[in-house]
Design a protein around this ligand. Structure first.
Ligand code: ADP
Ligand code: GN1
Ligand code: MG
Length: 370
């Protein structure tokens, strides 16, 4: 996608209906996909206010209009549910800012898709779990998100990335990247490739149960990283779930599993020193407790039984995606150094191996909170 100049940003923000004088925008956050900025405005009373300004990654989201239809539908629905429950719809869900044309997105002259959200102040997003309490609180927030959307008309949602968490299809895509070997890098990562291929049979476990009607399709978030929940600075609670581009029908196990792969670990997702990367069963327990306390009442016995498998498969899948992108030449995830996607892939595989070693303990933890 085209680099973004200050001039370009000025033109874009001018299309949104915002009070005050635009004072500049700075890159914000550490998402791997969209271009995110904090846009600052000077108000007449001398104070300033900021907004989140984002350019949707149209290489990843091929139909950005469909993404926006989902986001509009889901945020409006959540706003109403939050009001019904006596909550604050401005802090507890994302709120889109309209453009001067009364739309919720602006398409620039290069075809870039832009949107703006109210900036939810006095919150923090963590790139790594600092303590079990934050992780527990994030679990409750993602559990609540799923409950609030339980009656959302799923048929109206667009599948913004087809087969997003279909682990069987992810293996197919992985093999495609291997066969193409666009960078020649496949030759240098034989152990990692072998690690994935040795677990190919596992990748069928959840997909097959979904096809056989043994696991229910729900409205899920599908990108439940810790940095996609805003933690309230005052209360420590997970107050708002953000990054709604992948809200689609999916499995509860995808949401549970993706949180575990990112959070129940002793190191960052991209830690190059694998001796620092370990699956942390006490963090797994904190998350399981929080998630089941809130979402447990609607989950089936079979979903609960499969929580460890959700964790393992989402971790394997993510590792496979990072490795495929490394081999393909880093065309999907943003990278900030040479070999970044390979480092990311290796942490995921280390976590998978650790989970396999602690498989029985993981099941024991789940049983404790049923
Ligand atoms: P990406 O899809 O690239 O991950 P996100 O939508 O997650 O982009 O946004 C990136 C970061 O911006 C988040 O991790 C969070 O720190 C911050 N952020 C996004 N939306 C808001 C908001 N409405 N209020 C405050 N911070 C936000
Ligand atoms: C991406 O957008 P972000 O950074 O929250 C990716 C997720 C991966 C994650 C790995 C649309 O999430 O699927 O799990 O990176 N999002 C998309 O960190 O592909
Ligand atoms: Mg994000």
């Amino acid at each position: 996608m085209k680099p973004i100049t200050e001039q370009h940003l000025r033109c874009v923000v001018d299309c949104f209906s915002v009070e005050g004088e635009f004072a500049g925008a700075l890159p914000y956050g550490s998402g791997h996909i969209n271009d995110t900025f904090a846009a600052y405005y000077q108000l007449a009373d001398g104070t300033s206010k900021r907004y989140i300004l984002q350019r949707i990654n149209t290489h990843v989201f091929k139909d950005p209009k469909a993404v926006m239809e989902n986001v509009i539908g889901v945020t409006h629905y959540l706003g109403k549910e939050i009001v019904k429950a006596g909550g604050d719809p401005i802090r507890e869900t994302l709120n889109l800012i309209a453009t001067k044309n009364g739309e919720y997105y602006h398409v620039d002259e290069d075809g870039g898709f832009w949107r703006m959200y109210i900036f939810i102040e006095d919150t923090t997003t963590y790139q790594m779990v600092k303590n079990a309490a934050d992780f527990y609180n994030s679990a409750r927030a993602f559990g609540k998100f799923q409950l609030l959307l339980a009656d959302y008309p799923a048929a109206t949602l667009h599948e913004t990335i087809p087969l997003f968490h279909n682990t069987v299809d992810r293996v197919r895509q992985f093999k495609e990247a291997l066969a193409a070997n666009a960078t020649g890098r496949a030759n240098d990562v034989c152990d990692e490739i072998e690690f994935v291929l040795a677990r190919e049979a596992d990748t069928h476990v959840l997909v097959d149960q979904l096809a056989d009607g043994k696991l229910p399709l729900r409205v899920t978030h599908n990108d439940t990283k810790l940095n996609n929940v805003l933690i309230d600075n005052a209360t420590g609670e997970g107050i708002c779930i953000i990054d709604l581009d992948t809200v689609m029908p999916g499995l509860s196990l995808y949401d549970f599993g993706d949180s575990i792969r990112f959070g129940a670990t002793t190191a960052a997702e991209d830690e190059p020193d694998l001796s620092k990367v370990n699956f942390d069963i006490s963090l797994f327990e904190a998350y399981t407790k929080g998630y089941l306390e809130v979402a447990g009442k609607v989950l089936t016995a079979n979903e609960i039984q499969n929580l460890p498998m959700g964790a393992k498969l989402m971790t394997l899948e993510c590792g496979m995606r990072f490795l495929a992108d490394h081999i393909a030449g880093d065309t999907y995830f943003k990278i900030h150094r040479e070999g970044h996607n390979l480092d990311r892939a290796r942490t995921q595989f280390k976590l998978v191996a650790d989970m396999e070693q602690q498989w029985d303990e993981m099941h024991k933890v789940v049983k404790k909170y049923i």
